[in-house]
Write a protein that binds this ligand. Structure first.
Ligand code: NAD
Length: 477
C-alpha cells in the first residue's frame, strides 16, 4: 500500500531477533503503516570481515528509507571492530540523541516515583571526534570541539521537542565556569535560543551540581539538553535511576535520517529463551512512529503498553512478587500489549502524541555575524623533560626575536614569570608569545620565524595554537 512508510529494520544479535519480532508484531497490530526492509548488521557481518558491522547494501537501504529501526547488536570482543552506533551516527549526521527516562511507579520499583525526564544529548561533537594525541612521553591530549552551529542545532531541537511534547521546561547542563570558551559557547547559545521560546521555561545548571540534583530529585527536571560527554553519562544515570534500563527507548535524529533503538544491549546470555523484555525497543518504535508522522498509532501503542505494565503483566527483569501479577515471556508480553490496543492506563499518565510528523527543526537559523578576527600571539608547546621554569624562561627569551615571551604554563598553571616553587611540572610546556607592543596584531610569518628560532635553540616544539581576538575579545584561555 502506498501510504506505508519505508523503514529499514535490523533484527540484531542476542535477544535482538526476539524483541524485534515482538516489537514489530505490536506496531503492526496497532495499524502502523510500514514497508519493512530487513538488513543484516552486527556480529555476523563483523565476523565476516567487515569492521564496521554493516554492508554496503545495508547502508543503501538506510540511505533510501532514512529511518532505521535497530535491535541491539553484539560487538565482538577484541580490537578492530568499530561501533555500529557511532558509525551510523556520524555517517548520517544523527546529531540529536533523545532518551525519555520515566518511572512507572507503583508498578515498577523505582526510588523516584515522579520521574519523567527527557535527556537530549548532542551526538556529533565534544570529545567524541576521537581526536587524540600523545605529544610527549608523559602527556596525552584529547580535543574537545564545540561549534556554534552544532550547539544551536541541538539546543533548538530540545526546545522544538519540548514545545511539540507539551513539556514545560528545558534545562541546560555545562561546565562553563571552567571551560569558558567551549562550554561557554553551548551555554551562550542556549541563552540566545531559549529567548525565542518564551512559552517554555529555561534554566542552566553547572553539570556537577546539576547531576547531583538529577540523581537526588529528578522530579525537578523536564527536558535536559547537554553536550555529548555529559549527555552520554547522564542519560545512563537517568535511565538507571528511573528504575527502567530495560524499559527505555532512544532516538538518534539527524536532518536526513534517524535511528531508533532500545538503550540496552544484546544480552547474549538471555538469547533464545523467550524471556527478554521487548519494552525498550518497543518504546524506541513509538518514537519512530512519531517521527514518521504516525502519531495516532504511537499513542495507541504506548497507552496499550502502559496498560499492560499497569495490569502487572511483567517480564522477569521487572517482575516483583507482590507488585506484579503475572510473569510472562517475550512473546506473551507482546500478545498482552496487542490485546490492550485501544485501552489506556488509569493510574499511569496516558500519552497523546501529535498526529502529524514533527516540523523538521530548522536546525541552524541564526545568521553568522561577521566578527573581526585578529592574530595576536601564539602558544608554542614544548616537550621538555625535567624542565625548570626559570631556566626555560631564560633559555627561551632570546628565541622570541621580534615577539615577546609573555608567559609559560604547565598544565594550565602559570609557572613563569613568578611561578610557585611547589607547582608540579610535567614534560609538556605551553609558552605564550605575543607582540612586543601590547595587544598588537602579529603576522603568520612572525610565527614561522619564531618556530625556526625555537627549533634552532634545541627545543622540540610539539604543537602550536594561534591566539586570536574576535571583535577585540580574547578567543583563548
Ligand atoms: P546488556 O544491556 O546487553 O545486558 C546487561 C544486563 O541487562 C544483562 O544482565 C541482561 O540480562 C539484562 N538485559 C538487558 N536487556 C534486557 C532485556 N531487554 N530484557 C531483560 N533483560 C535485559 O549489556 P552488556 O551485557 O554489557 O552487553 C552485551 C552486548 O551488547 C555487548 O556485545 C555490547 O557491545 C552490546 N551492546 C549493544 C548496544 C546496542 O546495540 N545499542 C548497546 C549496549 C551494548
Amino acid at each position: 500500500m502506498s501510504g506505508n512508510t519505508p523503514i529499514t529494520v535490523a533484527y540484531g544479535d542476542g535477544i535482538g531477533p526476539e524483541i524485534m519480532t515482538a516489537g514489530l508484531d505490536i506496531l503492526k497490530a496497532a495499524g502502523a503503516r510500514l514497508d519493512i526492509h530487513v538488513i543484516e548488521v552486527g556480529e555476523k557481518v563483523y565476523l565476516a570481515g567487515n569492521p564496521a558491522g554493516v554492508s554496503a547494501d545495508a547502508w543503501d537501504s538506510i540511505r533510501r528509507t532514512k529511518v532505521f529501526y535497530k535491535a541491539p547488536i553484539t560487538t565482538p570482543q577484541g580490537g578492530g571492530y568499530k561501533s555500529l552506533n557511532v558509525t551510523t551516527r556520524t555517517t548520517f549526521g544523527l546529531y540529536a540523541n533523545v532518551r525519555p527516562c520515566v518511572a512507572y511507579a507503583p508498578f515498577v520499583r523505582t526510588k523516584h516515583p515522579g520521574m519523567d525526564v527527557v535527556i537530549v544529548r548532542e551526538n556529533e561533537e565534544d570529545v567524541y571526534g576521537g581526536i587524540e594525541y600523545r605529544q610527549t612521553q608523559d602527556m596525552t591530549e584529547c580535543l574537545k570541539l564545540i561549534s556554534r552551529p552544532g550547539s544551536e542545532k541541538i539546543v533548538r531541537f530540545a526546545f522544538e521537542y519540548a514545545r511539540r511534547n507539551s513539556r514545560k521546561k528545558v534545562t541546560c547542563f555545562t561546565k562553563d565556569n571552567i571551560m569558558k570558551i567551549t562550554d561557554g559557547t553551548f551555554h551562550r547559545i542556549f541563552d540566545q535560543v531559549s529567548a525565542q521560546y518564551p512559552d517554555i521555561q529555561n534554566e542552566h545548571w553547572i553539570v556537577d551540581i546539576g547531576s547531583a540534583k538529577l540523581a537526588d530529585t529528578p522530579e525537578a527536571f523536564d527536558v535536559i539538553v547537554m553536550p555529548n560527554l555529559y549527555g552520554d553519562i547522564l542519560s545512563d544515570v537517568a535511565a538507571q535511576i528511573a528504575g527502567s534500563v530495560g524499559l527505555a527507548g532512544s532516538a538518534n535524529i539527524g536532518d536526513t535520517a534517524a535511528m531508533f533503538e532500545a538503550i540496552h544491549g544484546s544480552a547474549p546470555r538471555r538469547a533464545g529463551q523467550n524471556v527478554a523484555n521487548p519494552s525498550g525497543l518497543l518504546l524506541g518504535g513509538v518514537l519512530m512512529l512519531v517521527h514518521i508522522g504516525q502519531g495516532e498509532i504511537a499513542t495507541k501503542v504506548h497507552n496499550a503498553w502502559l496498560k499492560t505494565i499497569e495490569d502487572g503483566i511483567h517480564t522477569y527483569d521487572i517482575f516483583q512478587a507482590g507488585l506484579s501479577k503475572e510473569k510472562v515471556g517475550t512473546h506473551e508480553f507482546a500478545q498482552a500489549v496487542i490485546a490492550r490496543i485501544g485501552q489506556a492506563p488509569s493510574t499511569l499518565k496516558r500519552v497523546e502524541y501529535p498526529a502529524a510528523a514533527p516540523h523538521e527543526a530548522a536546525s541552524v537559523v541564526s545568521t553568522r555575524k561577521a566578527e573581526k578576527k585578529n592574530l595576536v600571539g601564539v602558544d608554542v608547546f614544548l616537550d621538555l623533560p625535567r624542565g625548570v621554569p626559570d631556566e626555560l624562561g631564560q633559555r627561551l627569551q632570546p628565541a622570541a626575536g621580534d615577539l615577546k615571551l609573555a608567559a609559560i604554563f604547565n598544565r594550565g598553571t602559570k609557572v613563569w614569570p613568578g611561578g610557585a616553587a611547589e607547582t608540579f611540572c610535567t614534560d609538556h610546556w605551553r609558552c605564550r608569545f605575543v607582540s612586543k607592543t601590547a595587544g598588537a596584531v602579529i603576522a603568520h610569518g612572525q610565527i614561522l620565524g619564531l618556530l625556526g628560532r625555537v627549533a634552532d635553540a634545541g627545543f622540540d616544539f610539539i604543537k602550536t595554537e594561534n591566539l586570536y581576538d574576535f571583535d577585540g575579545k580574547a578567543g583563548y584561555s
